[in-house]
Ligand binder design. Structure first.
Ligand code: MEV
Length: 423
């Protein structure tokens, strides 16, 4: 059984941390090597995109203390921003006292869209498509035998009418496809392209676009946590003060899109970093999240914060989560493979459940800081380390220079240079 609690991890060297992970999650030397080297060679990269000239690295950190659905999990996070890994780990520790994160997912249903233009009678064409629904679904279902073998395939067909658009009226056919452990873009796009001639024959129109929708609102991940109010107390803040501060911060995001954008950005700090670590398409996840956040007409918070009957803090997060574990970069990038292995996930839904839990933890970390001491204090010491490195510090000197700048409350490169010289 993996444990996500590793004491002293923060103070270990990189090699010691890797050794701990190897113990905790049965990672092999090649798995760990993928992280040491960044994972792919320039030659492999050259096959991934066009006009490759080199590589671009980001740090990979491990969030500790996470328990999702009763199971400990070590969470790989790839991002450039300080405080995020520490914040998520700390909130996961507080959440453990309330049983960790409870997370669920819907079936992994993606939506493929076909835009049908040049249709004479939209209502008639819509009903004609429904009359042939079984046939169309059977055709779509037969396209990907591997997906079908694993229990996926075409599930439903829906027809929508847009009467008023810059080009007049048109139809949109939605193909609902269970993509199991894939992200699903390939399967869905292929299915839409395959159905297009049949839809044209049925409607007499022309199928124009055939592409999946990133508003994956049939593929939702949900997480909740309960934080015992007592455990929220720190410094001069009582647990009740912190709880009510977080709830008031949430209320701001619930009603004001300007705040909601930032609030959701904090959620995405957690979500994207795991999505990237696992080689998934973070632009798809971003697009889906923000489109979902405005589903009721006004852009709002993806999460909610309130209290239970005993006064404990309760958080929830619900958002689309189109991630896979079997295709694309997840499959070919050894660092992404190691990330999936570290978490021990066997299905895309399990991965989605972890990601949404990390998003909720990250959101809480930001709100807790904002509602109490402000965001800068926590940021300062990590920021100071980056400034120290930029000033030329290395090894032990990084911590020493950073600590002195924090103590002086002056975190600037010129001061870092002076301190470095004096040391
Ligand atoms: C910074 O990357 C994220 C925050 O702005 C999120 C928030 O304001 O809730 C701290």
């Amino acid at each position: 059984m993996t444990t996500s609690r590793i004491s002293g991890f923060y103070n270990m060297t990189l090699d010691e941390r890797r050794a701990k992970l190897a113990d905790a999650a049965a990672l092999t030397p090649p798995d760990l090597a993928a992280w040491t080297s960044g994972g792919i060679s320039a030659e492999a990269a050259d096959h991934m995109i066009e006009n490759v000239v080199g590589m671009h690295s980001l740090p990979l950190g491990i969030a500790l203390n996470f328990m999702v659905n009763g199971k400990d999990v070590l969470v790989p996070m790839t991002l450039e921003e300080p405080s995020v890994v520490a914040g998520a780990s700390f909130m996961a520790k507080l959440a453990r006292a309330g049983g960790g994160y409870q997370a669920t997912t819907t079936d992994p249903l993606m939506i493929g869209q076909m835009q049908v233009i040049n249709v004479t009678n939209l209502n008639e064409a819509k009903l004609k498509i429904y009359e042939k629904k079984a046939e169309l679904l059977a055709e779509a279902d037969s396209i990907d035998p591997i997906l079908k073998k694993f229990g996926g395939g075409a599930r439903d067909l829906e027809v929508r009418i847009f009467n008023d658009s810059p080009i007049g009226g048109f139809l949109v056919v939605h193909l609902i496809y269970d993509v199991r452990d894939a992200m699903g873009a390939n399967a869905v796009n292929t299915a839409c392209e395959r159905l297009a001639p049949k839809i044209e024959a049925i409607t007499g129109g022309k199928v124009h676009l055939r592409i999946l929708s990133n508003l994956a609102d049939r593929r939702i991940a949900r997480a909740r946590c309960t934080i015992p109010v007592k455990s929220l107390a720190f410094d001069n803040f009582s647990g009740e003060q912190v709880r009510d501060g977080i709830i008031a911060a949430y209320a701001f995001a619930a009603v004001d899109p300007y705040r909601a954008a930032t609030h959701n950005k904090g959620i995405m700090n957690g979500v994207d970093s795991v999505v990237i670590a696992t080689g998934n398409d973070w632009r798809a996840i971003e697009a889906g999240a923000h489109a979902y956040a405005v589903k009721n007409g006004q852009y709002t918070s993806l999460s909610t914060w309130g209290k239970d009957s005993e006064g404990n803090l309760v958080g929830t997060l619900e958002m689309p989560m189109a991630v896979g574990i079997v295709g694309g970069a997840t499959k070919v990038h050894p660092a992404a493979q190691a990330a999936v292995k570290l978490m021990g996930v066997k299905t895309a839904n399990e991965l989605a459940e972890i990601i949404v839990s990390v998003g909720l933890a990250q959101n809480m970390a930001a709100l807790r800081a904002l509602a109490t001491e402000g965001i800068q204090r926590g940021h300062m010491s990590l920021h100071a380390r980056q400034v120290a490195i930029a000033a030329g510090a290395s090894g032990d000197m990084v911590e020493k220079v950073a600590a002195q700048m924090v103590a002086e409350k002056v975190v600037r490169i010129d001061r870092a240079e002076e301190i470095l010289k004096s040391l």
